[in-house]
Design a protein around this ligand. Structure first.
Ligand code: Q46
Ligand code: ZN
Ligand code: ZN
Length: 315
């Protein structure tokens, strides 16, 4: 197999594009494609201040790397969720990436700041008898907006890739989650001064393609998944989609592209505008009186005070 550009030995094969590239031409292709996504979807410009959600994993570090190389104004945000040793190891990767490149990294420690030093995501889920990902997702969404607003970043960029988007779409379609479908997009405009614009510049790349980029660039990332990801529904959908993709290359992209072109704009247009108030506890926007984040953490602390299941654990 030869590189499409220089005919040297190819390092990465992209079956769905009927192309293959050597290492330097692959990174060139990757960086150009990210730039094309940013411009085509009007995600941001060189004047914007972009907060990159950094987990220490390959996708978020690849995204931050490309944005810095392209000259965008960025800072990283790492959220320490207090999930066993995984949080510690992923934080080390995020801090090392930022430190080696002299990039600004904001670190938020959920257990210290919101859980009285005792409640991280693992204890929160036990106290509330919910799966960890539900409390975790809400906490991450809240903190991303809150930190972006507090530090003056108008755009929030996440490393969601094509596999993530296709799996989310499959889950939303299987359960006909119309509200979620209306908001599933690589770009969500800000609807409130406290809510940053949200963008996903890697939404056209598969996990394998992002992995190829970080390997070629020598970016050190955390390989292990969050322990709570095992058994998550999204993994089942990703496996199903991988089987379809193997039999028919390009299916994942066609699935997501078709949805974004045909259905998403109709659903988004039909979404009724909602009035947002300031949360009476924290001041962040909410449709009710107290936001879901404050309610959730208050319930977890109340459960702890009653001596229920909140015990700091190693898992
Ligand atoms: S970090 Fe949080 Fe994920 Fe872990 S608890 Fe679930 S949502 S799996 S991306
Ligand atoms: Zn080449
Ligand atoms: Zn609140």
């Amino acid at each position: 197999m030869r590189c499409l550009k220089c005919q040297e030995r190819a390092w990465v094969e992209l079956k769905r594009h009927h192309a293959a590239y050597c290492a330097p031409h692959y990174t060139e292709f990757f960086e150009r494609q990210v730039e094309r996504n940013i411009k085509a979807k009007k995600m941001f410009t060189l004047q914007d201040k972009i907060l990159v959600a950094v987990s220490g994993g390959k996708d978020s570090l690849a995204l931050w790397d490309v944005l810095v190389r392209a000259g965008y104004q960025t800072a990283g945000l790492y959220i320490d969720l207090g999930i066993s040793d995984y949080s510690m190891r992923s934080k080390e990767k995020a801090m090392a990436f930022a430190g080696e490149r002299g990039l600004p990294l904001i670190v938020k420690d959920v257990r210290a700041e919101y859980g009285d030093g005792l409640i991280g995501i693992s204890e929160l889920s036990k106290a509330l008898r919910r799966v960890p990902c539900s409390g975790c997702g809400l906490t991450k969404r809240y903190l991303l907006n809150q930190v972006a607003h507090e530090h003056g970043y108008n755009v929030l960029a996440t490393g969601h890739n094509l596999d993530d988007e296709a799996a989310t779409l499959m889950g939303n379609v299987l359960h006909w989650q119309m509200d979620y479908l209306a908001r599933q997009s690589p770009v969500l405009e800000s609807t409130h001064p406290h809510l940053a614009k949200k963008v996903k510049p890697l939404y056209t790349f598969t996990e394998r393609e992002t992995l190829s980029y970080v390997l070629i660039k020598g970016i050190d990332y955390i390989e292990e998944e969050c322990p709570n990801a095992q058994g998550a529904q999204s993994i089942v959908y990703k496996e199903a989609l991988n089987a379809i993709e193997a039999a028919s290359p390009g299916s994942k992209q066609a699935f997501v592209d078709g949805f974004l072109k045909s259905l998403q704009p109709v659903l988004h247009r039909d979404e009724a505008g909602v009035t947002l108030n300031a949360c009476s506890r924290c001041g962040e926007p909410t449709t009710g009186e107290v936001c879901a984040f404050c309610r959730m953490w208050e319930r977890a602390k109340a459960a702890k005070a009653k001596g229920k299941a909140v015990i700091p654990t190693a898992s």
